[in-house]
Design a protein around this ligand. Sequence first.
Ligand SMILES: C[S@@+](CC[C@H](N)C(=O)[O-])C[C@H]1O[C@@H](n2cnc3c(N)ncnc32)[C@H](O)[C@@H]1O
Length: 175
Amino acid sequence: MTDNAAQDWEEQARNWIAWARKPDFDSYWRYRNEFFALVPPPGTATVDIGCGEGRVSRDLAAQGHTVTGVDAAPTMIAAAREADPKGTYLQGDAADLPFEDGSFDVAVAYNTLMDVTDLPGSIHEAARVLTPGGRLCISITHPIVNTGTMVDGTFVLDQPYFETRRFTDLVERTG
Ligand SMILES: C[S@@+](CC[C@H](N)C(=O)[O-])C[C@H]1O[C@@H](n2cnc3c(N)ncnc32)[C@H](O)[C@@H]1O
């Protein structure tokens, strides 16, 4: 694995898989239809960058997309393959995608890009693997969420907002 953030995801993969597969547990279940409304109709091929255990890929496939999922964490890829044996899932880094130029007409990165170490490199790679006129559709947590804490019901900014920094957000909820 190419970076620390990806290694963190591999270490937490079992927890993430349980989290992501519990219906209605996180915001995916509330936001996904709004997100899918942004995604163009199925074309020739769609790549799901940072596919995790594969829930977005499976939902896109159910809508007619021919999806290739890619994720840096091998345990995520194994889980995605197990849940969707006919699907295509590959281990790879968003900043060094294992595809030829112009391989896809749609690229999706659902809650992935805030987690990659090399954001400019990842955007560059998404552009490279898209055909001219192809579409990159992203969902991303707003960075302000990680610059403060709730204090007596008020959100207080206690971290720099305009600086680049790495943080670890370890969340536990109902086990
Ligand atoms: C918040 S999870 C989202 C997973 C999936 N898109 C979903 O919504 O269920 C972020 C994913 O990004 C992956 N990831 C982190 N850094 C990556 C990188 N450099 N390249 C590819 N995937 C990466 C993690 O392994 C993890 O599966």
